[in-house]
Design a binder for this molecule. Sequence first.
Ligand SMILES: Nc1ncnc2c1ncn2[C@@H]1O[C@H](COP(=O)(O)OP(=O)(O)OP(=O)(O)O)[C@@H](O)[C@H]1O
Ligand SMILES: O=P(O)(O)OC[C@H]1O[C@H](OP(=O)(O)OP(=O)(O)O)[C@H](O)[C@@H]1O
Ligand SMILES: [Mg+2]
Length: 282
Amino acid sequence: MRIAVPNKGRLHDPAIDLLDRAGIHITDGMDRQLYANTVDPEITLLFARAADIPEYVNDGAAEVGITGYDQYREAGVDDVVELLDLEFGTCRLVVAAPEEDDIASVQALSGSTIATEFPRVTREYFDEQGIDVDIVEVTGATELTPHVEMADAIVDITSTGTTLAVNRLEVIDEVLSSSVRLFAHEDVADDPAVSDVSMALESVLAAEDRRYLMMNVPEGDLDAIQDVIPGLGGPTVMDIDGEDRVAVHAVVDEGDVFTTINELKRIGASDILVTEIERLVE
Ligand SMILES: Nc1ncnc2c1ncn2[C@@H]1O[C@H](COP(=O)(O)OP(=O)(O)OP(=O)(O)O)[C@@H](O)[C@H]1O
Ligand SMILES: O=P(O)(O)OC[C@H]1O[C@H](OP(=O)(O)OP(=O)(O)O)[C@H](O)[C@@H]1O
Ligand SMILES: [Mg+2]
């Protein structure tokens, strides 16, 4: 199976890192290479531009691809389905215009020129609103175009908002919100090999906001302990030889760790350990 992965840019490292944490380690050097082998002899990584990955999957050049939802929408591919939100590369595609123009709504952009790296999504957006605009396609530095009279407004990616602010542009409307997703060709989306990859990645994401708690508890307090641990199917309880205490292990949401530990302490738990979890296959 071939997994298409962004070859450079901001998505490359987090994509490789996520695959790695899912156990899909690269086994041969990949610097400047177009593909890499992994510990699983059945899985090869193909390195392609983020924008091309939906097309790779649509064509069947790769069974599975990792790229931004914005790129998927812009590619306009028919045979590609989304399997999983990988929860990084989070950004918004927005309509933005110079602050000094005080444009109150997108309707005011009727008849104007919009510069973008996303002509298809932009066209769909303005058509849906019934607003007639000219679209100029650029391949980067879109924020510059209103200042050199190439365009009246832009449709571009924003995340922190810094680039828009530096270029004195303000958001008029959101076109879509995006994050990196796992995509597959629809013909193979249900294949066991594809499900295995999807499940492995999902297990890393599921583990990210969970913690593993271990503690010792007086046997008599077990019921009270069980009440405060909203654990995954309840905590695991193990006898400690020759003691009237038991060891309790549980998985809890990261956000609950602080309060849960305080409650456990109060009930009588001791030797409480909190550790990160690499993967959680539910
Ligand atoms: N500022 C950002 N914050 C979060 N995600 C972003 C941001 N900019 C882009 N992305 C996401 O990353 C994807 C690829 O953008 P990126 O900038 O890495 O490509 P690129 O490096 O410009 O590609 P190339 O260098 O091949 O032209 C975008 O389609 C979007 O999904
Ligand atoms: O809201 P911000 O955090 O400022 O991010 C937005 C910027 O990030 C992206 O550019 P990138 O840095 O990828 O440069 P590029 O134009 O070379 O792709 C995007 O095209 C915006 O310009
Ligand atoms: Mg970029």
